[in-house]
Design a binder for this molecule. Structure first.
Ligand code: GLC
Length: 608
């Protein structure tokens, strides 16, 4: 499948579903900070003695929560902050270390929270700042950290920054957004052949359909929006914007958050010349001409300085706060560049390439892992299979017959390779996608605009499946989206009791990953690099070594290994866990894996 640079943001949609402080801002931030005494996190004490300098995120598993769909404490059909707090024991028991919560700030909810009208508060429909403080405190008791979503590229058109900006051409905030005059010179003709006097400054298109320029009759100029018109792009060439956003970061860090997931980070800057993008043949789901977005969707060097400055803000806080980037990259070099030459930019640039492969190919996985694992800046790999923008990987990788087994296989790859994995709520259950069947049921605006080719992202955002009761136990009210079809068989209550369930497999993996020195600290060593069917590797540190073997096919496969090349001399491998009923120990040089089976075994010095 051809990759696209936008995949992490949304091209997966089309493929699968588709300076000085501004005093008012500073005061606003201060006022809200004063509603609760500052709760800075204390330094993590429980790091392993041998790796006491490792930041916490190096050995963490991050779990993405879409708050609208996770747990509904007030039973109004929409998830909320208190709901998340009530489920912390579940998350602790599962074994995750940090929660990335997608935007839960005040918002008109055009893009379900990614259109923010106040960066320093909690949306009333999700709770209050006090509820949020309680969540942070309760999570901390369980050694779970909270990562917030920082949407830097754009605000909502209802944010007071934009309302001021659009009020007049001379407003002090005018230059906080990207305003331009209509195109001058020979004007393009409209459909009836007349010249269009309000022709947009260039031909750029929004990712969510149609022109990226919205005419504002009040001041007779266009403003730029990479996403919906209700999400005007902030002007990152204005130092005041940078200052204001850094203040937002401080506001949340002061409340005890452990870092930020950086939304749509590649789109912060546009080329100043505003050159037209090259047009390609054909039309997209929105009826617009296909385009090569080479001038408004690219990793401009300015992003790097902005990231370094944000890192400096984080570095003033204890406990190593982290940046988790929505770093979409067409080429591996671009992904590696996101760490920064001195590893001083984004610590965890998300690697969406697992999400793009969509076929169980041992060689493709092996290549992708090697490309990032060997990066020269020592950056931490950050693999992702599913998120709130893409079809759940239970469906993407599943073959319709062996989906549960395949879900275990992908879980093992995610959780035993070297790196900081990012899980998506419900993947631990094998939650499936549920796309809307009728246009009138679609909630995500791109699904309405692009129907039926583009069904939107509702399908991967359905309520968490807590039990087999009505609405999967998510809410007693009608949920904002219908639950996925498999909730009766794939839910927390049922799977918790079943040692062979996907949930039990995830729990076991998360626990083994924590306890086993090789899986926790070991380097990644590829094995049998010519094997097209079985992905095998070692995690190795000193005398500790773990072997992982994943049969990516629907046939039994014999695995023959020569571990002596990696300095391993044991003849027997002690099975740590397997997705089939494996014996306690097996030969370390030859064994057979059933279809889609995974084996994780200790082959360290102490194994025999
Ligand atoms: C990111 C988010 C996506 C959102 C977009 C605009 O890609 O993941 O959900 O619609 O940014 O903020």
């Amino acid at each position: 499948m051809k990759l696209s640079a936008k995949a992490g943001i949304l091209s997966l949609l089309s493929v699968f579903i588709y300076g000085t402080a501004d005093s008012a801002v500073a005061k606003d931030v201060e006022k809200k900070a004063a509603t609760k005494p500052v709760a800075k996190q204390s330094v993590e004490k429980k790091t392993n003695a041998k790796n006491s300098t490792d930041p916490w995120w190096k050995h963490a598993v991050i779990y993405e929560i879409y708050p609208r769909s996770f747990a509904d404490a007030d039973n109004n059909g929409m998830g909320d902050i208190k709901g998340i707090t009530q489920k912390l024991d579940y998350l602790k028991d599962l074994g995750v270390d940090a929660l990335w919560i997608t935007p839960c700030f005040p918002s008109p909810q055009v893009d379900f929270g990614y259109d923010i009208s106040d960066y320093c508060d909690i949306a009333p429909e999700y709770g209050t700042l006090a509820d949020f403080d309680e969540l942070v405190a309760e999570a901390k008791k369980r050694n779970i950290r909270i990562i917030m979503d920082l949407v830097m590229n754009h605000s909502s058109d209802k944010h007071k920054w934009f309302e001021e900006s659009r009020s007049s051409r001379t407003n002090p905030k005018r230059n906080w957004f990207v305003w331009r005059d209509p195109k001058s010179g020979p004007l393009p003709k409209n459909s009836s052949g007349a010249e269009d006097p309000k022709s947009p400054p260039n031909n750029w298109q929004a990712l969510f359909g149609h022109s990226a320029w919205q005419w504002d009759p009040k001041t007779n100029q266009y403003y730029y929006h990479f996403f919906y018109p209700e999400q005007p792009d902030l002007n990152w060439r204005n130092g005041q914007v940078k200052k204001a956003m850094n203040d937002v970061a401080r506001f949340w860090l002061d409340r005890g958050v452990a870092g930020f997931r950086l939304d749509a980070i590649n789109t912060l800057y546009e080329v100043p010349s505003l050159k037209d993008n090259p047009v390609k043949p054909g039309k997209n789901a929105y009826g617009d001409p296909n385009m090569d977005d080479k001038y408004n969707y690219l990793l401009l060097p300015e992003i790097k300085g902005t990231m370094r400055d944000l890192r400096k803000v984080l570095n003033n806080y204890q406990d190593n706060p982290v940046l988790l980037g929505e770093t979409t990259a067409e080429r591996i070099e671009q992904l590696i560049a996101a760490y920064g030459k001195n590893n001083d930019e984004i610590q965890l640039p998300m690697d969406f390439r697992f999400a793009y492969i969509n076929k169980l190919s041992a060689s493709e996985f092996r290549n992708k892992i090697a490309e990032i694992d060997e990066n020269e800046v020592g950056g931490q790999p950050t693999y992702v299979f599913s998120n709130h923008d893409i079809v759940r990987h239970y469906n993407r990788y599943g073959d319709g017959k062996n989906n549960d087994q395949i879900a275990k296989l992908t879980a093992a790859i995610l959780l035993t390779t070297r790196g900081t994995p990012v899980m998506y709520y419900g993947e631990e259950l094998g939650m499936e996608n549920r796309d809307p069947e009728r246009k009138e049921d679609v909630k995500d605006p791109i699904g309405i605009l692009g129907w039926p080719e583009q069904k939107g992202r509702d399908g991967c955002r359905t309520p968490m499946q807590w039990n087999a009761a009505k609405n999967a136990g998510f809410s007693t009210a009608n949920p904002w989206l219908p639950v996925a079809h498999n909730y009766k068989t794939h839910n927390v209550e049922l799977e918790d009791k079943d040692p062979a369930s996907i949930l039990s497999f995830y729990k076991q993996l998360l626990s083994v990953r924590k306890k086993n020195t090789a899986l926790k600290y070991g380097k990644y060593v590829a094995l049998n690099e010519d094997d097209e069917h079985v992905l095998s590797y070692l995690r190795k540190r000193g005398g500790a070594a773990a072997l992982v073997a994943c049969n990516m096919t629907d046939q039994p496969r014999k695995v023959t290994l020569d571990l002596s090349k990696s300095g391993i001399t044991v003849s027997e491998a002690k099975v740590l866990m397997a997705s089939y009923s494996a014996p306690d120990s097996i030969s370390a040089s030859s064994f057979t894996l059933p279809p889609y089976a995974v084996l994780i075994a200790d082959v360290g010095k102490s194994a025999n």
